[in-house]
Design a protein around this ligand. Structure first.
Ligand code: FA5
Length: 340
């Protein structure tokens, strides 16, 4: 038994030295420790041995040695893979190189400022609003009572105190109606948070810009006029847009405003989930319940609201294929926007 184990040990050492990856290590584990492996066959041969106790101890210590060495080799392989990844990854540069250079606006800030200027020129005020809001502001005041299925459309981060991270800039609608009353023209950009899986066009933290116009005789024509003006001024060229019915409990009627994907020209790519279109700016006529909740006289006033996806707008405007690049903190990527 002792000789057989010594033979197996020598064979194991040779094979271990040759194992170059996880798969080869796993094969070795099966060969020695598997159900039909060498250790199992040693255990079977115990019945023919006189001193079973001593032989059993030898087999057990061989088994432990094989296990330990395979585990050590697996760890060494994993460490080497991480070291190789670190070597090949772009290096974070902690030197003064970047500090010596002037900083620049983030592309989302650039897009925000541009859209703000467009709406300022059309008589809109610009409002700021909190990122942590109440259930009332984010849902109830928007005609979305507790347990309404529309809540499922936005996977919300709730805080322990019952407040939540704003899922949509619409959360400020009620407070702004109450602050200014009607007539009213306001836009309010802000960061939104949703517990979503990320992909090339979805982030869990992204920016929207809400807009509201409330006055006498406001109709869908006004809404379409403002949306068209905004898009033509942002993109400064003709872009294909489509308007289709969309459901949001706080508008009636509601629309989805999509733009033809400017990354692939409408052919379909990961940035537009292969549809050729990107949902950009849902909008609609503000629901009377929402106006009433904001203290607006619905016999006199009507209004429209929109929720522009600012991060997606920046993607399209600057040709950024993957939305996740915006939050990457990659100075090399972001420095491209310096000259804008
Ligand atoms: C809303 O958030 C509504 N509050 C918009 C609205 C306002 C409708 C006023 C009617 C009247 P939606 O969930 O579709 O709707 O988001 C609006 C836009 O935000 C989307 O079209 C998209 O451009 C952007 N957006 C939504 N989720 C994400 C995400 N995970 N990552 C990046 N952008 C997103």
């Amino acid at each position: 038994m002792k000789e057989r184990i010594e033979e197996l040990k020598a064979g194991f050492s040779e094979s271990l030295a040759l194992a170059k990856n996880e798969e080869e290590l796993e094969n070795l584990r099966v060969t020695y420790l598997g159900k039909k492996g060498y250790v199992a066959s040693l255990m079977q041969s115990l019945r023919d041995v006189a001193d079973k106790r001593a032989a059993g101890q030898l087999i057990n210590s061989f088994k432990c040695e094989v296990e330990d060495k395979i585990n050590e080799a697996a760890k060494a392989l994993a460490d080497a893979a991480i070291a190789a990844q670190i070597r090949s990854a772009k290096k974070y540069n902690p030197t003064l190189k970047f500090a010596e250079e002037l900083g620049s606006y983030h592309p989302i800030t650039l897009a925000t400022k541009e859209v703000e200027e467009i709406f300022r020129g059309m008589g809109f005020t610009i409002e700021d609003y909190a990122e942590v809001v109440d259930d009332y502001e984010c849902f109830e005041a928007l005609n979305i009572p507790k347990h309404h299925p529309a809540r499922d459309m936005q996977d919300t981060y709730y805080l322990e105190n019952g407040q939540l991270l704003k899922t949509q800039t619409s959360a400020a609608q009620n407070a702004i109606m109450k602050k200014y009353g009607a007539p009213l023209r306001a836009i309010f950009p802000g960061r939104c948070f949703r517990n979503e899986s990320t992909d090339a066009c979805h982030e869990n933290t992204f920016f929207q810009m809400e807009g509201m116009m409330i006055d006498e005789n406001i109709s869908i024509s006004n809404l379409i006029y403002f949306m068209k003006t905004m898009l033509s001024e942002v993109f400064k060229r003709d872009i294909k847009v489509r308007l289709r019915p969309g459901f949001f409990p706080f508008v009636e009627p509601g629309f989805e405003l999509d733009i033809n994907c400017l990354i692939c020209g409408g052919e379909g790519c990961p940035s537009c989930k292969n549809s050729g279109w990107l949902e950009l700016c849902p909008c609609g006529m503000i629901h009377p319940n929402v106006l009433k909740e904001g203290g607006i006289d619905t016999d006199k006033y009507t209004g429209f609201a929109f929720g522009l996806g600012l991060t997606r707008l920046a993607m399209m405007k600057y040709g950024v294929k993957d939305i996740r690049d915006f939050n990457s903190g990659d100075l090399e990527a972001l420095s491209q926007f310096k000259s804008l």
